[in-house]
Design a protein around this ligand. Structure first.
Ligand code: ADP
Ligand code: ADP
Length: 229
């Protein structure tokens, strides 16, 4: 099955406002998808429904073949912890924990035993092996985002959802973080779905979906999307 499959997903707020209108989307394993669109177009709603943070009003969401949209809140939380990774604009590392403790937190929350070999390879690959015993406040923004990316992959999730992952970074650091995401996709076969306002960021993905007014307005395969930049 595809890593992520949305079928006719509709989300209506307050029984009136339709934030998503019958959106269907298939994301293959090992692909890197960018979601773009103007403010208020439905990107966050799409991400939240796809990642099991929120339930659609109608339609189906499948993560690796498992239909998640009709799970209970508890079941969805369990599925998020074990099969989905998150990367945020503001890194969201816990300040009182070391980098290493932050990275392994999802494993502890999911009750999954740590795969030491995978974790070592991951922190080496992400370039933070020397920073494991520091606290987030002692790291630059780019280093914090690298740590957050390692955290998102610690449990080897089915899909990583990244919400404006470069929104707080300067241009050069943003480019490095995007290169890293792209390499993780290409080398590890990881699946990444990224919401971004930045056309340069979208251009690093394999494809871009443009959302407008709760619908998918365009599906661009790169490098066509690079022309937006
Ligand atoms: P984007 O992420 O593209 O800015 P959103 O998904 O946040 O768009 O919002 C899509 C539409 O749904 C907007 O019109 C927004 O005002 C509305 N919306 C989002 N969240 C809520 C909510 N919790 N309650 C009511 N309306 C909402
Ligand atoms: P925003 O994009 O609005 O600034 P964030 O990027 O911090 O907010 O978070 C996006 C959404 O994900 C929020 O609704 C938040 O409640 C939720 N969230 C934050 N951290 C986690 C987490 N570790 N696991 C699941 N959901 C989370």
């Amino acid at each position: 099955p595809p890593a992520l499959l949305l079928t006719e997903v509709t989300k209506t707020y307050d029984g009136a406002h339709t934030a998503l209108d019958r959106v269907s989307l298939e994301v293959q394993r090992g692909s890197f998808l960018a979601i773009m669109g103007p403010s208020g177009s439905g990107k966050s709603t799409l991400l939240h429904c796809a990642a099991g943070l929120d339930a659609p009003t109608s339609g189906e969401v499948r993560i690796g073949g498992t239909e998640i949209s009709r799970l209970s809140e508890t079941q969805r939380t369990r599925l998020r912890r074990s099969r989905i990774g998150f990367v945020f604009q503001s890194y969201n590392l816990l300040p009182s924990l070391t980098v290493e403790e932050n990275i392994t937190l999802p494993l502890r929350l999911a009750g999954t035993p740590a795969d030491r070999k995978w974790l070592q390879g991951l922190v080496d690959r992400v370039g933070i092996a020397d920073l494991l015993h520091r606290r987030p406040a002692e790291l630059s923004g780019g280093q914090q985002q690298r740590a957050a990316i390692a955290r998102s992959l610690a449990a080897r999730p089915e899909v990583v959802f990244a919400d404006e992952p470069t929104g707080a970074l300067d241009l050069d650091t943003a480019a490095e973080v995007l290169d890293l995401l792209r390499e993780l996709v290409d080398e590890f076969g990881q699946t990444v779905v990224m919401v971004t306002h930045d056309p340069y960021a979208a251009a690093r993905a394999h494809a871009t979906v443009v959302v407008a007014d709760g619908r998918i307005d365009a599906y661009l395969r790169q490098p066509a999307a690079a022309e937006l930049a």
